[in-house]
Design a protein around this ligand. Structure first.
Ligand code: SAM
Length: 266
């Protein structure tokens, strides 16, 4: 099919068979499992996925690509195409017989952060996710405290999932070649939260607030929420910067805020 790649849909089509094989190998597919592919595009991953005897739902926003995919795979009874925007898509539509979903995709990089937050709303339905993303985004997803990659995305994702960088993919493996190196990441939703944050909205607000001013000390950023003595009582230095705090320390701050009336109203 001749298709002019659309920048607005983040279209960089994978054509390197070694990388395609590496992604399929990383999935360790078992017959009968239920997969959801986000952004199947020209079908570079769709076709080898369908060779794995799995059930596959695919979600594609581009109507021309969706038409071509439907023509190509219409005789595959284990394939269902949804013509939809993943950011508005209800993943419950893909659940059949209570089977957990395994998500996979070479994602449109222009919407990667909202997409990750959207799919995580369905975390209890998801067994795992394997995504191709910009290398910098994967570095942020997997970052440990202390580095410049560590921030809101690291904490919010690591609260919901274990994250693992699998391998890098150079630009020439795609058409058109993106400006950046890519990486494949594995995300596995936790069965139970790894820390007690008290209240998830307070936690999300706290993390956004401190990383909006990541150069400031906690004492300064949180001055309207928690005083320095309170922060110290939690075993946290009020002079520290947010990028040095572990998930457990953010959870402790969040519990303390949720418990205080200022946290509830501020
Ligand atoms: N999977 C193909 C591959 O590896 O060659 C295509 C990957 S391309 C990076 C991203 C794909 O996501 C494109 O097919 C694009 O049309 C689709 N896409 C972009 N935005 C989308 C959205 N909001 N919802 C669903 N699909 C989207």
């Amino acid at each position: 099919m001749s298709h002019k790649p659309r920048k607005r849909f983040g279209q960089n089509f994978l054509h390197d068979t070694t990388i395609i094989d590496a992604i399929i190998a990383a999935l360790h597919c078992q017959a009968g499992e239920h997969f959801v592919e986000i952004g199947p595009g020209l079908g570079a991953l769709t076709a080898p996925l369908l060779q794995q005897s799995i059930r596959l739902h695919a979600i594609e926003i581009d109507r021309d690509l969706a038409d071509a995919l439907q023509r190509r795979f219409h005789d595959q009874p284990r394939f269902t195409l949804h013509r939809a925007d993943i950011l508005r898509f209800d993943l419950r539509e893909c659940v059949e017989g209570g089977m957990p979903l395994r998500l996979v995709g070479n994602l449109p990089y222009n919407i990667s952060t909202p997409l990750l937050f959207h799919v995580l709303e369905y975390a209890p339905l998801i067994r795992d996710m394997h995504f191709m993303l910009q290398k910098e985004v994967v570095a942020r997803l997997c970052a440990a405290p202390g580095g410049h990659d560590y921030g809101r995305l690291s904490i919010m994702m690591q609260y919901r999932c274990t994250t693992a960088h699998l391998f890098d993919v150079p630009p020439h493996c795609f058409h058109p070649a993106p400006q950046v190196t890519s990486s494949v990441v594995r995300l596995v939703p936790h069965l139970a939260p790894p820390v007690d944050v008290g209240d998830t909205q307070t936690f999300a607000r706290l993390v956004s607030q401190v990383f909006a001013q990541r150069r400031k000390t906690l004492r300064n950023t949180l001055k309207n929420w928690l005083d320095a003595a309170h922060i110290e009582e939690l075993g946290i230095d009020p002079q520290s910067r947010p990028e040095t705090l572990s998930l457990a320390q953010f959870a402790a701050l969040s519990r303390s805020l949720a418990a205080s009336s200022r946290g509830a109203t501020g």
